[in-house]
Design a protein around this ligand. Structure first.
Ligand code: PLP
Length: 371
């Protein structure tokens, strides 16, 4: 029996053709024409004015945060249940991350909890869409409006999703994306910043490219980074982007199939099919073990690995990260929903390359283990 990987990308469109074009023309660096084309197409798709392509999603978050000009002790509210890139971007931009707990049904940041964390030092809110459903954005935007806060939207996991009919990645001051191979479209490694504000876009462009001074190269008024995306990556991005509608359909199909198979298992919580603002697009198919299952995610993932099925644990919450404990952050703070998600959640093979046969095998094994 062959091992079923947790993710396999689909590279069956014009990827090879466009990569060959890069090699035939010699345009392989960030100066090549695919970078601009990818930025324009992706920004238009999400309904934004400006796109700035970068080398990965973590870099996108970092440049976006720095573009907000945080001062020391400025606070940014974010979910505890997310990837470390969100917290590290805030810290490296000079701010302080302030955590909130998640909603137990959607696994996303709970806007009521955001409101409780507002102080006189709060400068921004970072909304991170998790797994398949977006953050409930209206209350978040309302809080931001009331207190004059900036909003950063990390839409890495929800390329192509909508909130009340509006594209994810079009909310707030600045949005960020990742094109890692498990994301809806991939460039191998890659990321993007989107914004409607010309000044923010220009700042991010400058930060991406070492803050070279326009007209006076090798003179620098600020410290930047080399966060540039290459033409090779962007060539993949343009080819992948052409297939986005099919990819979205496939993700929804995978989610529907797993839900049909797994809804009969009582001791698990499967992803919500919809909320009043969105239908799930199943970036990954997450499963949360209930207490009655009698095991945690680590235990079931080991059993599944023995049965040749790849899985990943859910995020490990930020308030429990050793690196932040050492720095004296989040001491004695409690986020019970995030804790539970971190201990009892995992996701099953749900990449674009997954086959019907694989979905059936994963479902059968889960039923056998959990019924
Ligand atoms: C994948 C991901 C990132 C990081 O992207 P990289 O390209 O791996 O750096 C950031 N935020 C979220 C929510 C992600 O899922």
């Amino acid at each position: 029996m062959e091992f079923i990987p947790v993710n396999e990308p689909l590279l069956s469109g014009n990827e090879k053709k466009y990569l060959n074009e890069c090699i035939d023309t010699g345009w392989i660096s960030s100066e090549g024409p695919f970078v601009n084309e990818f930025e324009k197409k992706f920004a238009a798709y999400c309904g934004r004015k400006y796109g700035v392509a970068v080398c990965n999603g973590t870099a996108a978050l970092e440049a976006a945060m720095i573009s907000l000009d945080l001062k020391k002790d400025d606070e940014v509210i974010m979910p505890s249940f997310t990837i470390i890139s969100c917290a590290s971007a805030i810290i490296r931009a000079g701010g302080t991350p302030v955590l909130t707990d998640s909603d137990p049904h959607t696994w996303n940041m709970n806007p009521d909890e955001v409101r409780k964390k507002i102080t006189s030092r709060t400068k921004a809110i970072m909304a991170v869409h998790i797994y398949g459903l977006p953050v409930d954005m209206d209350p978040v935007l309302k809080i931001a409006d009331e207190y004059g806060l900036k909003v950063i939207e990390d839409a890495a996991e929800l390329i192509g999703q909508t909130y009340k009919g509006k594209m994810c990645g079009s909310f707030g001051n600045v949005s960020t994306f990742s094109f890692y191979p498990n994301k809806h479209i991939t460039t191998g490694e890659g990321g993007m910043i989107l914004t409607d504000d010309a000044v923010t876009a220009e700042k991010c462009r400058s930060l991406r490219n070492l803050c070279f001074k326009p007209g006076k190269r090798f003179v620098h008024d600020e410290l930047g980074y080399n966060f540039r995306m290459t033409n090779l990556q962007a060539a993949l991005g343009v080819a992948q982007f052409e297939q986005i509608d099919n990819f979205m359909e496939k993700k929804k199909y995978i989610g529907r199939r797993y839900t049909e198979e797994l809804k009969e298992i009582d001791c698990i919580q499967i992803p919500l099919e919809e909320t009043d603002y969105s239908r799930n697009i199943y970036w990954v198919y997450g499963i949360l073990l209930k207490k009655e299952a009698g095991m945690n995610s680590e235990e079931i993932m080991k059993i599944l690995a023995d049965r040749k099925i790849g899985t990943r644990p859910f995020f490990y919450p930020m308030h429990k990260q050793p690196v932040f404990k050492k720095a004296g952050l989040f001491n004695n703070e409690e986020y019970p929903v995030s804790d539970y998600l971190g201990d009892y959640g995992f996701y099953i093979p749900s990449g674009l390359g997954v086959t019907d046969e694989q979905i059936n095998r994963v479902s059968e094994q889960l039923k056998e283990i959990l019924k």
